[in-house]
Design a protein around this ligand. Sequence first.
Ligand code: HEC
Length: 177
Amino acid sequence: MAKHDRHFVNVFSAVLGILIAIALLLIGVSRLVDSGPKGARDTGDPLMQASAHERIRPFGQVAVAGADNVALAIQQAAVPVAGALAAAPDAAQPADGKSVYESACIACHGSGIAGAPRIGDQAGWAPRIAQGAATLERHAIDGFQGQAGLMPAKGGRPDLSDEAVRKAVEHMVAQSR
Ligand code: HEC
């Protein structure tokens, strides 16, 4: 072999050796990285699968005639959106005071937002209850500007019947004395 050729073979072997070493190193590293949560990914852990399904759930769903479409029923938004409400004055009224409260009043009265007396706050409700049920109901139905803030008529839900609001007041008062 010529001197040049020998030199070439030497350098070539060295480079090849280094590349092989790097390849082995990468294989080792990838094993290491991969070994961690292996079970979680492909053992079919129901919790992981459920949360994955929840995340990749389609935005829209199709109601099929004749099938059970109960799960597709439109949920009432917790915080009423003006406009959408007035559009549905004949929507089914919530049956009892608790559900009226939870759909229309809890946004403010649940945590005492904007000066609303918090449900269950006996000290806050005592002087209001002392005004008598008729006054409370009138304030809830017609709206009321007090010292603490503005109580919007029917809590901003004109679609609610007076009777439904009355029941919600009863529920809130019963929970707060
Ligand atoms: C946007 C917030 C908000 C919503 C929603 C809301 N309220 Fe109120 N409510 C208030 C505030 C604020 C007050 C306190 C006003 C004051 O005394 O200054 C109040 C006061 C009241 C009072 C006491 C009135 C009085 O004379 O002391 C009643 C009863 C009441 N709300 C019932 C309801 C009912 C029933 C609903 C649901 C149908 C509801 N509210 C939804 C803000 C709200």
